[in-house]
Design a protein around this ligand. Structure first.
Ligand code: CP
Ligand code: NVA
Length: 326
């Protein structure tokens, strides 16, 4: 995969995704056993974050440091990107100084354009359409907790046409999983992406379904996954409409009760499960809801693996860096 950009899972074969996860597991064990080798000494990486991040930024920075590379962080303010300089021009400038570029921002088009013009590997740290590095960590975690991916039934509950819904759909299709999106009809992924996923599923043996009824969707589920109801970049004024659409899809004890007894709960995080956040408090004041996409009870339960999943962001992002740079 040397020299290749990591923009979306559609660009990677099942075998390549498997190998990225395998290498992440090796890197995790090497780090734990103090035998990690630095493969990226002398490399310089640019990290562009037009949207906020905790996990992804830290995983790129710590992953790079562990491997001996240097990073330069370019945030939402403080650079010329987008305001005085186009993506194509920025790409050619950064491509002349850096060995690789991470980009988190709005449209998928921008990250694709960076890759087209920079001449170095570009990594998608999240766009409105896709969040591919997250899926590697999710699948690694499922393998660690439950064994083989292709044996598992994964149900994604919530906004099915968000970056997470889209990416899990393609990832699950590529890995031959049983995958269901549980959401209201209005929030199903775009038809074009569903068709693509179904084409991939024909080759891999994946079983892809879309359901609106929790008890039907969650029957025999091994993994229950959700994400925020409103993604970064969406306006606060649509919270009311989104709550109306998704209020019956909160992952709580009742919903988890429809899944297998030993099902695990996953969330890419951050999550609204209590009133300990500014936005959580604001939503409580306006709509009277203390918990949104997941109840605090499920989030804090034995079934929840969200912090192991978050920790695996480091190893999987490091695996992408090493695999595409060396
Ligand atoms: N899951 C995830 O991408 O988290 P951050 O927004 O904190 O990077
Ligand atoms: N769908 C969420 C994912 C955050 C990691 C968002 O885009 O805000």
């Amino acid at each position: 995969m040397k020299g290749k950009s990591f923009l979306k899972l559609l660009d990677f074969s099942t075998q390549e995704i498997k190998s990225l996860i395998k290498s992440a597991k090796d890197l995790k064990s090497d780090k734990k056993n103090n035998r990690e080798k630095q493969n990226l000494k002398g490399k310089n990486l640019a990290l562009i974050f037009e949207k906020d991040s905790t996990r992804t930024r830290c995983a790129f920075e710590v992953g790079a440091m562990d491997q001996g590379a240097n990073t330069t962080y370019l945030g939402a303010v403080g650079s010329q990107i987008g305001k005085k300089e186009s993506i194509a021009d920025t790409a050619r400038v950064l491509g002349g100084m850096f060995d690789g570029i991470e980009y988190r921002g709005s449209s998928q088009e921008k990250v694709e354009e960076l890759a087209k013009y920079s001449g170095v590997p570009v990594w998608n740290g999240l766009t409105d359409e896709f969040h591919p590095t997250q899926i590697l960590a999710d699948f690694m975690t499922i393998e660690e907790k439950k064994g083989k991916l292709s044996d598992q039934k994964l149900v994604y509950v919530g906004d099915g046409r968000s970056n997470m819904g889209n990416s899990l759909l393609i990832g699950a299709a590529k890995m031959g999983m049983k995958f269901t999106i549980l959401s209201p009809l209005e929030l199903f992924p775009e038809k074009k992406l569903i068709t693509k996923a179904k084409e991939i599923a024909m080759e891999t043996g994946a079983v892809i379904n879309f359901e609106m009824l929790p008890e039907k969707a969650l029957e025999d589920a091994d993994v229950v996954y959700t994400d925020v109801w409103l993604s970064m970049g969406e306006k606060f004024d649509i919270w009311k409409e989104r709550i109306e659409l998704l209020k019956d899809y909160q992952v709580n004890k009742k919903l988890m009760g429809y899944a297998n007894e030993d099902a695990i709960f996953m969330h890419c995080l951050p999550a609204f499960h209590n009133l300990e956040t500014e936005i959580g408090k604001k939503i409580y004041q306006e709509f009277g809801l203390e918990e949104l996409e997941v109840s605090d009870e499920v989030f804090e339960s034995e079934q929840s693996v969200v912090f192991d999943q978050a920790a695996n962001r480091l190893h999987t992002i490091k695996s992408v860096l090493v695999s595409t740079l060396v």
